[in-house]
Design a protein around this ligand. Structure first.
Ligand code: ADP
Ligand code: MG
Length: 229
């Protein structure tokens, strides 16, 4: 479970302070499907980065499965991130000189899994994402939608409980974007907690819980079947 309490994130830019997150209080339960919407600059990526332990809040408490992450040093925080969280970005961030299979294998290499344990999981991930026949292609030899499917495979190969996606369809045409979002949704149905940042209302509406951010604040939080708080 994700519990954010009084989260603030302030960036200093020259002499100016930018309040990217002003006062965020949120809880997410395991298995939720949440979309995070709002105008450009409203703090969506900053919030996702805090949840994903890619960034630290300036103030506030963030508990993940009961662990107060704000008290962990960088190495411990990275270990928690590797174990619990997968991240997918708009720009894919695949390693260009590695093949699709090698990109998917990378998190397992970094975690010290033996090759014998890695190979079947790579094959399984490729199969699940319909990418088996592209295993040996480099990112430059794949379409955008295929690159994002490799990125999803890489993000989930360590079987995290939480997948965070920042504008995952932002660089894709509509048809490829749909395949990508349906792939993420299928993983959510199997129990993965899914939080998707998007400025596309058609995608945001698909989530069973929808958050709207404005100027560093969560302005609305609506879930299917219950009134907004
Ligand atoms: P969104 O994802 O909703 O477009 P962001 O979370 O990226 O918004 O940014 C929220 C605000 O914080 C913006 O004003 C942005 O300029 C600022 N910001 C984000 N990251 C940084 C950073 N690393 N340094 C300084 N300002 C930042
Ligand atoms: Mg953003």
């Amino acid at each position: 479970m994700i519990e954010l309490q009084d989260i603030q994130r302030v960036f200093r830019v020259g002499d100016e302070l930018v309040h990217a997150l002003r006062d965020v209080d949120l809880r997410f339960n395991a298995g939720e499907y949440v979309s995070l919407m709002g105008p450009s600059g409203s703090g969506k990526s900053t919030l996702l980065n805090v949840i994903g332990l890619l960034d630290r809040p300036t103030a506030g408490t963030y508990r993940l499965d009961g662990i107060d992450t704000t008290t962990l040093d960088d190495a411990r925080q990275a270990a928690v991130r590797r174990e619990k969280i997968g991240f997918v970005f708009q720009a894919f961030h695949l390693v260009p000189r590695l093949t699709a299979a090698e990109n998917i294998e990378l998190p397992m290499v970094l975690s010290g899994l033996e090759p014998a344990a890695r190979k079947p999981r790579v094959a399984d991930a490729l199969e699940r994402l319909g990418m088996t026949d592209r295993a040996d292609h480099r990112p430059s030899q794949l379409s955008g939608g295929q690159r994002q499917r490799v990125a999803i495979a890489r993000a989930t190969v360590m079987r995290p409980g939480i997948l965070l996606a920042d504008e995952p369809t932002g660089n894709l045409d509509q048809a490829s974007g749909r395949v990508v979002i349906e792939t993420l949704e299928a993983m959510n149905v199997e129990g993965l907690t899914l939080i998707v940042v998007t400025h596309d209302p058609a995608i945001g509406e698909r989530a069973s819980r929808r958050l709207h951010m404005v100027d560093g604040l969560v302005e609305s939080d609506t879930a299917d079947g219950e009134p907004a708080p």
